[in-house]
Design a protein around this ligand. Structure first.
Ligand SMILES: [Zn+2]
Length: 392
C-alpha cells in the first residue's frame, strides 16, 4: 500500500544546470550519471595515470552503487528497452538527438515541473538563458556566493571595495538578474561552525588584511564566516531565502564540519533568525538534526536532495526521519541533479515512490488521515518550495 502521488507536479528545490551533453559513451554516461560524477573520475584527474585498470576500478564502484542499479531499471522502463546499461545508453543517445523533446518526455513522465537551480556549479557558469532555452521545465535561478568571493579575492582591492562589490553584486543579481535567492557551500570550505558574532565589520577588514599580507592562519574562515553573515542580512533585506549546504556532498565536502546542528548558534541569533534558510540535503546523514532545527526555528526549512536519489533505499527513511520533527510545511523535495536530465528524472521517480510509502506508513500508524497524507504529499513535492520562493 502506498499513497499515490505519481499524478502530482514536483518542484526540484535544489539542482544544477547542464547543457545537452550530446552522444555519450557508456563510460562517460556512468561517470556523469553517478554520485559525485561531474564528468571526469576524480581519481584519474589528480596526477594519477589514466590507465585502464584505474578507470575500470572507478567504473566498478559507480556501476555497483544501488542508486545506479535502480536508475538503469527506471530508465529502461521509460525507454521500453532491456534493463542493461549498454541498451539504456544507446536508447538515451537516440532519444536525445531531439534534446528539447527528450527532456520534455522525461520530465513529463515523472511530473517534474520546476527546477530551482544553483548556477554556482558547474563552473564556468552555465548561461541562465541557454539552460532555460534547452530544458522543458520552469527554471528558478539561485546565486551562489562562493564564486563571487573567489573573484573578489583575486582582484587587487582592499576591504572597502571588496565589501561594496560583494553587496552590490548580490543586490543586482536578486533585483535585476532574475535570481530568486542565494546559496552557500561554506560547508565545503571552512565548515558550518559560524559564530553569529562574525558579523562585526572589523572581522571582514581584519581577515582580508591578514590574507593580503600572507599571515592568514584562520583568516580565510573568519572572512567566509563574516561574508555568510552579511549574505543572511542581505537575504532578509531583499526578502529571499538562503540555501546552506549541509551534510553529504562530493569528495571535497568537510564531512565532519557539515552537521546542521553546527548552524544552531548562528540561525537562532536575534540578528539572523528572521532569515528564511533552506538546509540543503536535509543534512544527510544527519537529517534528524535538520528536522529538529526546522521545528525549533520558524524560518528554517529542509530539502531531501542528494540523499534522494543517491542514497537509494534510504529515500523513505530520509522522509520519515526528517518528518519526525520537521513540520509538514517545512520539508521540500529535491534531487541535486546535475550534468544531465536523467538524474532529476530518476530522483523524482524515487522521491515520489518513497514519499508515497512514507506517508502511507504515517496513515497506517494513525498519525495522519488519508486526506492529510495527500495534502502533505502535494506540499512536500511542490507547494512548500513554491511558498518559500514565491513562485507558482
Ligand atoms: Zn548541489
Amino acid at each position: 500500500m502506498t499513497i499515490e502521488l505519481s499524478h502530482l507536479p514536483a518542484v526540484d528545490v535544489h539542482c544544477h544546470p547542464f547543457l545537452d551533453p550530446g552522444e555519450m559513451s557508456v563510460e562517460r554516461f556512468v561517470d556523469a550519471f553517478s554520485f559525485s560524477g561531474g564528468g571526469v573520475p576524480f581519481m584519474t584527474a589528480g596526477g594519477l595515470p589514466h590507465d585502464q585498470a584505474l578507470i575500470d576500478e572507478v567504473q566498478g564502484v559507480r556501476r555497483n552503487a544501488l542508486y545506479h542499479r535502480y536508475a538503469i531499471r527506471q530508465l529502461a522502463r521509460f525507454f521500453g528497452c532491456a534493463p542493461v546499461l549498454a541498451e539504456v545508453v544507446a536508447a538515451r543517445n537516440a532519444a536525445s538527438r531531439d534534446y528539447a523533446n527528450y527532456t520534455k518526455a522525461l520530465y513529463g513522465a515523472c511530473g517534474l515541473a520546476t527546477l530551482v537551480t544553483d548556477f554556482g556549479y558547474p563552473l564556468p557558469a552555465v548561461d541562465v538563458d541557454a539552460f532555460k532555452a534547452e530544458i522543458a521545465a520552469q527554471v528558478i535561478p539561485i546565486y551562489r556566493i562562493e564564486p563571487l568571493i573567489v573573484e573578489l579575492l583575486a582582484a587587487p582591492i582592499g576591504w572597502a571595495e571588496f565589501k561594496r562589490r560583494y553587496d552590490e553584486t548580490i543586490v543586482d543579481v536578486i533585483q535585476n538578474q532574475g535570481f530568486y535567492g542565494l546559496k552557500s557551500v561554506i560547508a565545503y570550505r571552512t565548515g558550518l561552525d559560524v559564530s553569529p558574532l562574525s558579523r562585526t565589520p572589523d572581522q571582514g577588514l581584519q581577515a582580508l588584511d591578514a590574507i593580503r599580507r600572507g599571515i592568514g592562519g584562520n583568516a580565510m574562515k573568519k572572512l567566509r564566516d563574516h561574508l555568510l553573515c552579511r549574505a543572511l542580512e542581505l537575504c532578509m533585506e531583499l526578502d529571499v531565502p538562503m540555501q546552506i549546504h549541509t551534510g553529504m556532498g562530493d569528495y571535497e565536502v568537510n564531512l565532519v564540519a557539515c552537521r546542521p546542528a553546527l548552524l544552531m548558534d548562528l540561525l537562532r541569533f536575534p540578528t539572523f533568525r528572521a532569515c528564511k534558510v533552506l538546509l540543503v540535503h536535509t543534512g544527510y546523514p544527519y537529517h534528524a538534526e535538520a528536522g529538529y532545527m526546522a521545528n525549533m526555528l520558524p524560518r528554517v526549512y529542509c530539502d531531501v536532495s542528494e540523499g534522494i536519489p543517491f542514497a537509494a533505499h534510504a529515500a523513505e527513511r530520509i522522509f520519515l526521519e526528517t518528518l519526525e520533527m520537521a513540520p509538514l510545511n517545512k520539508v521540500c523535495f529535491g534531487t541535486d541533479g546535475y550534468t544531465m536530465p536523467e538524474i532529476n528524472f530518476v530522483g523524482t521517480m524515487l522521491g515520489k515512490q518513497a514519499l508515497g510509502r512514507a506517508l502511507q506508513r504515517l496513515v497506517d500508524e494513525d498519525l495522519l488521515d488519508k486526506a492529510g497524507a495527500l495534502e502533505a504529499g502535494a506540499w512536500i513535492l511542490a507547494e512548500n518550495a513554491q511558498r518559500l520562493y514565491g513562485f507558482v
